[in-house]
Design a protein around this ligand. Structure first.
Ligand SMILES: [Zn+2]
Length: 142
């Protein structure tokens, strides 16, 4: 059986690893991220949806951290403000993923075919790149 000390040490090192993977933001930084998202994401979303004439009904930003983006059955798209922390090509990738859902409300081969076409064949590469990013947990203070 492991000693109490060992248990604590293990728990501490796990915590350290967790902190390294999840950047810690101050309240001011979180506010700045939200402001940046409000400034930069709607124009990018609008540009992409108009460029390809996707039938979007409504667009909004959210602080929810359980998803990067979501598209409802009636084509209302919500985008996490965390998307603004991604490099530009991944911001485009996330937005186009949700936009293609306005045509295919599933992850069928036709969905991926359409998305991959818009991403110049780079969908798999973007999926791999996304593994190093996480949405921000804004908590309830903001
Ligand atoms: Zn999807």
């Amino acid at each position: 059986m492991e000693s109490h000390e060992d248990f604590i040490l293990k728990a501490l090192s796990k915590q350290t690893i967790k902190h390294q993977n999840t950047p810690k933001y101050s309240t001011d930084e979180l506010r700045a991220i939200i402001e940046k998202a409000k400034e930069e994401l709607p124009p990018l979303f609008k540009a992409l949806s108009q460029k390809y004439s996707f039938p979007v009904k409504r667009f909004s930003l959210t602080k929810a951290h359980s998803f990067w983006g979501i598209c409802t059955y009636n084509n209302c798209i919500r985008l996490s403000v965390s998307v603004v922390t991604l490099p530009m090509e991944l911001r485009r990738y996330i937005i186009l993923h949700e936009l293609v859902h306005t045509l295919h409300h599933n992850h069928s081969p036709r969905f991926h075919q359409k998305l991959n076409e818009l991403l110049n064949g780079k969908e798999k590469e973007y999926i791999r790149m996304m593994k190093q990013y996480k949405t921000i947990n804004f908590g309830s203070s903001l």
